[in-house]
Design a protein around this ligand. Structure first.
Ligand code: ATP
Ligand code: MG
Ligand code: MG
Ligand code: MG
Length: 479
């Protein structure tokens, strides 16, 4: 079943059950607490919180999502993409668990000839939040899932939150057993590769508020009403319904992967290392295409930085496979536009703009690499010749300062040569440079008046301690 057909079936099923079909929102989140939309519920957040009155009680959508937190998994697991599409059905104070659970089961197990996905009920497993007896009873009694295929999990897995302040609640997930050739027995608790998570039903009931620090969003209390938010991974469904091993081999990502293999002359399936590169390239080219289409431009902070890192990572992987000075991004972007065009017709009309942005970044990065790679190689050779395994912080700093190498690029290139990097010294040097810059700016502002005071101050207080990564740097580390 083609990806576009899977989306169509999902939306039609819920439309026929009284849901309004809502088009995907832009990846650029309206929500100021998020950089990019990372789940289907994001555009509906004000409805769940009771801040706005929804124009409908039930909605369904296929939402574009980007999860920077999953970027490191891309190409290594069978199921994580940096851009993916989440199919969802939503209830705003209308139905709750008693209906969300049977809806999900019906759509998954209804025969293909009758508008469903035709899954074998015996291959489906479910999880519930550890104290959610109500959900477990519904699965057993209303749907007929045997107790041995229902597992209970705690906060980390079965309590869904946005990662920022917002609605949250216990959830119940549905997994498909791909069989012993994919891993161990024992259900999703034992093996999330063999048991592939396809759908998460969230019982949105509570609210998390701003906390005292990062990642600390305490539960404030109950929401004004009990809601449903579900998320089904379109790419994961495509992998199952197309009988392929992972999401990178489906009809959309697979086309980009095949094109990358042709352009680089590397055969997919030959070596695990080059396979990972091909999957990263396919994923990142598609993500970049979708981000640029929604108006993101490469830059040095926030969304622009996410895009820049993703583009540069795909370009580096292309060069790892076929050597320096290849320029394949235009061709691959074309393939991505075609592969995604069925679901997103707007891609074709903005193709010129997308190409201009991506081609310019490729050229820009090629210049950076050309000038910095010689210095990098020399530093790496020197380190190894001295029997070392750590590239010095001074070298990393010089690469940054003179050639504009972001630290992540240096880390990645070093890792390829079996080296680590003295990041602490690198950060110290960066901080020192920042302090000098600030002092110079202050002195400039004051003319030459009383420079000695500042000199003394610096002497007595010393260099400023490192207080943590800036937003941009922590985002970069995620990448
Ligand atoms: P996982 O545990 O596999 O990382 P998750 O629990 O983080 O997934 P949810 O937040 O529950 O995912 O998102 C709802 C659904 O979206 C998942 O059940 C899955 O089908 C899909 N999904 C989540 N993350 C990704 C991703 N990075 N790539 C593709 N699909 C995804
Ligand atoms: Mg996840
Ligand atoms: Mg999960
Ligand atoms: Mg989940």
């Amino acid at each position: 079943m083609e990806t576009a057909e899977i989306a169509r079936r999902f939306l039609t099923f819920f439309e026929n059950n009284g849901h309004t079909v809502v088009p995907s929102a832009s990846l650029i989140a309206e929500d100021p607490t998020l950089l990019l939309v990372n789940a289907g519920m994001v555009p509906f957040k004000p409805y769940f919180l009771g801040q706005r009155t929804p124009p409908y009680d039930r909605a369904t959508s296929a939402q574009k999502c980007v999860r920077t937190i999953d970027i490191d998994e891309v190409g290594k697991t069978s199921r994580h993409a940096s851009f993916f599409q989440m199919l969802g059905n939503f209830s705003f104070g209308d139905y709750f668990k008693e209906q969300a659970i049977p809806f999900a089961w019906e759509l998954l197990t209804r025969p293909v000839g009758e508008g469903g996905f035709g899954f074998d009920a015996e291959k489906l497993w479910v999880t519930v939040f550890h104290d959610d007896d109500e959900a477990e009873t519904l699965w057993r009694e209303r749907v007929g899932v045997p107790a041995e295929r229902i597992q209970r999990r705690g906060m980390a897995d079965n309590f869904w939150s946005m990662g920022v302040p917002g609605p949250c609640g216990p959830c119940s997930e549905i997994y498909y057993d791909r069989g012993p050739e994919y891993g161990r027995d024992g259900g999703p608790i034992a093996d999330e590769n063999r048991y592939l998570e396809v759908w998460n039903l969230v019982f949105m009931q509570f609210e998390r508020g701003p906390g005292s620090g990062k990642d600390d969003f305490p539960i404030l209390g109950e929401l004004p009403s009990k809601n449903i938010d579900t998320g089904m991974g379109l790419e994961r469904m495509a992998a199952l319904l197309q009988g392929v091993d992972n999401i990178y081999e489906t009809d959309t990502l697979g086309r980009i992967l095949d094109r990358a293999a042709t352009l680089t002359g590397v055969k997919y399936g030959d070596h695990e290392r080059s396979d990972v590169s091909l999957r990263v390239i396919a994923d990142h080219v598609r993500t970049a295409t979708m981000l640029v289409s929604d108006g993101v431009k490469p830059g040095n902070e926030k969304r622009g930085y996410v895009l820049r890192r993703i583009l540069r990572r795909s370009i580096r992987n292309l060069r790892l496979l076929s050597g320096d000075d290849v320029f394949f991004m235009h061709d691959l972007t074309d393939t991505a536009i075609q592969a995604m065009g069925g679901l997103y017709p707007e891609l074709a009309s903005s193709a010129d703009m997308i190409h201009n942005v991506i081609d310019a970044e490729e050229k820009n990065f090629a210049d950076t690499l050309r000038s910095g790679t010689t210095l990098f190689n020399r530093a790496a050779q020197r380190t190894k010749a001295g029997g070392g395994t750590v590239l010095s912080g001074d070298d990393a700093f010089r690469l940054h300062d003179t050639y504009g190498f972001p630290i992540d690029l240096t880390l990645e290139m070093a890792a390829e040569q079996g080296l680590s990097v003295d990041e602490n010294t690198f950060r110290d040097l960066m901080n020192r440079q920042r302090e000098t810059g600030k002092r110079d700016a202050r002195l400039k502002k004051l003319g030459n008046a009383d420079i000695s005071t500042y000199a003394r101050l610096l002497e007595t207080s010393g260099a400023t301690a490192f207080l943590g990564y800036t937003d941009q740097e922590s985002e970069a580390r995620v990448l």
